[in-house]
Design a protein around this ligand. Structure first.
Ligand code: ATP
Ligand code: MG
Length: 398
């Protein structure tokens, strides 16, 4: 292969995650990951090169910032900041020495991976040879194969050789979008942003839906949900939020339905509306933050009666997690502080004292006949607001 002119240059090397196991879809996965990275790095002057096993990002500067962004992109297994040199003995030797002279260490180890089998020296021999050069040219250092201060990694490939120290772990998972697109029911609580994050990690691209009940719920509560969407744009550069006016439906429920069944029926209405939005936007599944047994509407019987209004797949990523585990993830992804802001949610404003724990499906259907919900659902779907939230969007007043 002809050698290119550029000889010595810093480069970010991206190793793919689980997608390497999906050989049939590899091309699609790599293309989606490539587009996601391109979108996430829109504001930087970078050149992204992809191949079957790696992606390379060439950039003049901003390496640390770019690495931090890449750490949140699903489908990346690890990130390496490397020096790229031409694959020939002299270039490699000179550059390893030059780089090592800039480092501070007392002990070191050289590890070579000779992927290019036409390279004339085998990995072990080459590591020894480089080790000898370092010992000869740098004072007061010695080899420690078990716990070195400085690990010199040399990856010899046909076109270039990469010299680096650390491989930084990234998020893993599948590139967002490979699994298709789903609708996240996002409430402003702790659970649903975590559910969205976990769904994205499995490759599901999100749209969100938020049900608001003005004037019972405030603009601040809505801004809080927007701020949560903005947090999720760390993982996918832009996400659309559907804001649905739920006031008329909620007031009709309050007026017409036995208090013990209010929550059951309210949630069935949410599912119905969500399903209609999915149809309109070509989305494949619903995602929510329900967790088995957490509240009355999340007992298995309640879930069965609520889920009964739809046949679409409903994904509940936090269904079997403890609240403390969910809180742990929300802290890690940075949504916790926003989620605990004390703004009212439409579920809490009309909260009955004793919601039914084991709702009966026939009773539920009979109660629902007391008002013309289909018309109200149509209006709610058609009057929804669609807000596209981009990474680095203006901060919200909350
Ligand atoms: P969260 O902490 O996510 O708000 P929760 O423990 O408060 O969840 P519920 O209020 O019973 O539980 O809601 C269960 C799920 O239903 C939420 O995780 C969310 O996915 C969805 N949901 C509830 N209220 C709304 C809303 N106003 N808009 C959109 N989705 C909602
Ligand atoms: Mg809630």
């Amino acid at each position: 292969m002809p050698q290119k002119e550029v000889i010595y240059m810093k480069i970010i090397l991206i190793k793919y995650g689980e997608l390497t196991t999906k050989s049939g879809n590899r091309k699609l996965f790599i293309n989606i990951l490539y587009n996601n990275i391109k979108k996430a790095l829109e504001k930087y002057d970078v050149n992204i090169i992809k191949n079957r096993v790696r992606m390379f990002i060439e950039t003049e500067d901003n390496i640390d910032e770019i690495v931090n962004i890449l750490k949140n992109i699903f489908g990346i297994h690890s990130i390496v900041v490397a020096n790229r040199v031409n694959t020939n003995i002299k270039d490699i030797e000179d550059n390893v020495l030059k780089i090592a002279k800039e480092m501070e260490f007392k002990t070191f180890k050289v590890e070579t991976d000779r992927a290019d089998k036409t390279f004339p020296i085998c990995s072990m021999e080459f590591s020894k040879r480089i080790g000898a050069i370092l010992l000869k040219n740098i004072d007061n250092i010695k080899v420690d194969v078990h716990n070195p201060d400085y690990l010199v990694k040399i990856e010899i490939r046909e076109d270039y050789t990469y010299i680096y120290e650390k491989e930084l772990p990234a998020s893993g998972g599948y590139p967002v979008g490979v699994a298709g697109k789903g609708l996240l029911m996002l409430s402003g609580g702790i659970d649903s942003p975590v559910a969205g994050y976990l769904a994205m990690k499995r490759g599901i691209r999100l749209e969100c839906v938020y049900f608001e009940s003005p004037p019972h719920t405030s603009e601040m509560a809505k801004n809080k949900v927007k701020a949560l969407v903005e947090k999720l744009t760390e993982y996918d550069a832009n996400i659309t939020l559907n804001v649905v006016k739920f006031t008329d439906i909620q007031e009709a429920i309050y007026k017409n339905i036995d208090p013990t069944y209010m929550i059951t029926i309210m949630r069935r209405m949410m599912y119905r509306i969500a399903e209609k939005i999915m149809e309109k936007e070509g989305l494949l599944c619903l995602i929510n933050g329900e967790s088995v047994g957490q509240v009355a509407s999340q007992t298995l019987t309640s879930m069965k009666v609520i889920n009964n209004v739809t046949n679409v797949p409903v994904i509940r990523p936090v269904a079997c997690l403890d609240k403390l585990e969910i809180i742990g993830i929300s802290r890690k992804i940075g949504t916790y502080e926003t989620s605990i802001l004390p703004y009212e949610d439409c579920c809490t404003i009309f909260l009955p004292k004793h919601p039914v724990i084991n709702p009966d499906i026939d009773k539920t259907i009979a109660y629902e006949k007391s008002f013309d919900y289909e018309r109200l659902i149509e209006i709610a779907v058609n009057t929804r607001e669609r807000i596209k939230i981009k990474k680095d969007y203006i901060k919200f007043d909350i």
